[in-house]
Design a protein around this ligand. Structure first.
Ligand code: AMP
Ligand code: MG
Length: 487
């Protein structure tokens, strides 16, 4: 008799099953404070499957009460909002005091898979760590992070997620007035290398011990002590950077405060997927010297991990010399772990299941051909094995010779090459010009392109005819040459 949806008239009760742990760490880890309300919140994106995975009713999140929560206008039952403090090396320069300058951790939930997840509002107003910033975000970077982080997830790469985006009804002043927005970000944690550095720099051994114990329990329960933690993070980051390279991803700001200890991709600022393959490619407007170029990412990660190791030294035992030696060894394992992961990623991209000594060379020669032949990174891999493969190169003859060798190698391989190729080489990636197009439309009120791009990116390995245009590389006039920090 009574329609179920009728309950909506009375407001669907929003319950978020919070189970907070970070707020139990000592008070010097954060500043507890509520978000700052905004004028006129409106929901523009909601991630239904993620909401369900977190045990949150999407309908309740979309209700007026839910939108108030997503905008920071009301604090839900069980939340314990706080801004986390951290430090970090930015472009190699030490910043002793950073932190959530425009974000607040609402709290944590244990998801359907038993994984503890942070729920964070980004763009929720100033905090004691805002420095000169306004604590806000504008719609562009919010939609960009939404699209790219969800694309990363669909590509099978560890990442923070996007649960929702709301506009605030308030302008944010950048070079001009832009629509303000808040992103709800979900992460297995927001603990960074820079969080450890913050306490190490202050000689706060007690805090380092508490943080180490928290991170081990939360992310690496099998790890033994700080050295075990270091080993685990080194391994996780080796896999992560290899996965980035496999999809042509350039993080853009691999500062130590943007390096998560859980091994997830975090902080989508001036990041970009490259179109044409250029090993030294840089997009970020502020990365003048290419510190974070595509092919420098493994080396930069070693540098970041060396900072992590240094920060852990005070909790690695009395014998300083022995600790330094062990920590150094752990960091020095990165190149080997990375290479192993990288070869395995690119073997799959060539459709190979087995392993042969010469595979690494075969991969490098293909990449060399792509660089010389100005091939589109994504499309050249996706085209492998098909009739259009040679058309991806300016000089197809060089490709023909390589292809013959590749086919000989495939003939010796035990795997189902077609299936491996299709599962390792995405058809659709978030191309910069498409993201910019979606943002421009959204700013003028049309969220159609944003939603369409999101639908395509949710199943990136499928060639769906309705999204064929999204696979096309940019025309010269469409090419995005620079990306900007998400401030
Ligand atoms: P990011 O470049 O996003 O990694 O930010 C570096 C630092 O600047 C972090 O501590 C941020 O919280 C802070 N920050 C960035 N943008 C803003 C902003 N609009 N308002 C306040 N703090 C910000
Ligand atoms: Mg950051």
């Amino acid at each position: 008799m009574f329609p179920v949806r009728g309950a909506y008239l009375f407001g669907v009760m929003l319950t978020i099953p919070f189970d907070n742990s970070y707020g139990r760490l000592p008070e010097r880890f954060y500043t507890r404070m509520p978000p700052k309300p905004v004028a006129a919140p409106a929901l523009v994106a909601l991630n239904l499957p993620l909401a369900r995975a977190l045990g949150i009713d999407p309908e309740a999140l979309a209700s007026p009460e839910g939108v108030e929560v997503l905008a920071g206008n009301s604090v839900p039952e069980g939340a314990d909002p706080l801004a986390q403090v951290y430090a970090g090396h930015q472009f190699g320069g030490w910043a002793p005091q950073l932190g959530d300058g425009r974000a607040l951790l609402l709290g944590e939930v244990v998801d359907r898979d038993g994984v503890r997840r942070d729920i964070q509002l980004k763009g929720s107003g100033p905090t004691p760590y805002s420095r000169m910033g306004d604590g806000r975000a504008w719609l562009g970077p919010v939609l960009r992070e939404y699209l790219v982080s969800e694309a990363m997830h669909a590509l099978g790469i560890p990442t923070t997620r996007a649960l929702a985006a709301v506009t605030t009804g308030q302008p944010v002043l950048r070079e001009r007035a832009l629509p303000g927005a808040v992103l709800t970000r979900v992460a297995s944690s927001h603990i960074r290398v820079g969080t450890f550095q913050y306490f190490a720099a202050r000689g706060d051994v007690e805090a380092l011990e508490a943080l180490t114990a928290h991170v081990i329990a939360r992310h690496y329960p099998e790890a033994e002590g700080p050295l075990g933690l270091l080993d685990a993070v080194v391994a996780a980051q080796a896999r992560l950077v290899a996965a980035w390279l496999g999809v042509g991803f350039i993080h853009g700001v691999m500062n130590t405060d943007n390096t998560g200890v859980a091994g997830e991709t975090i902080d989508y600022g001036p990041c970009a997927f490259m179109d044409r393959y250029e090993p030294g490619k840089v997009f970020s407007s502020i990365d003048t010297f290419g510190r974070y170029a595509y092919d420098r990412q493994p080396d930069v990660m070693i540098w970041n991990l060396a900072q992590f190791a240094t920060a852990l030294l005070p909790v690695m035992g009395e014998d300083r010399e022995a600790a330094v030696e062990k920590a150094t060894e752990a960091v020095h394992r990165f190149p080997e772990l990375f290479l192993e992961a990288w070869v395995s990623v690119f073997r799959a991209k060539l459709g190979l299941a087995g392993a042969e000594e010469e595979d690494e060379l075969l991969i490098h020669r293909f990449l060399g051909l792509m660089a010389e032949g100005q091939a589109d990174f994504t499309n050249a891999f996706r085209a492998l094995g098909g009739p259009a493969a040679r058309d991806q190169f300016v000089s197809p003859e060089a490709f023909d010779a390589w292809e013959a060798e590749w086919r000989a190698r495939l003939a010796r391989d035990p795997g189902d090459a077609a299936a491996i190729l299709a599962g390792a080489n995405p058809a659709v990636i978030p191309r910069n010009h498409r993201i910019e197009e979606a943002i421009a439309a959204a700013v003028s009120g049309d969220f159609g392109p944003f939603e369409r791009l999101g639908r395509a990116l949710a199943r990136p390995f499928e060639e769906r005819p309705e999204f064929a245009d999204l696979r096309r590389p940019p025309e010269p006039g469409e090419e995005v040459r620079q990306t900007f920090c998400g401030t």
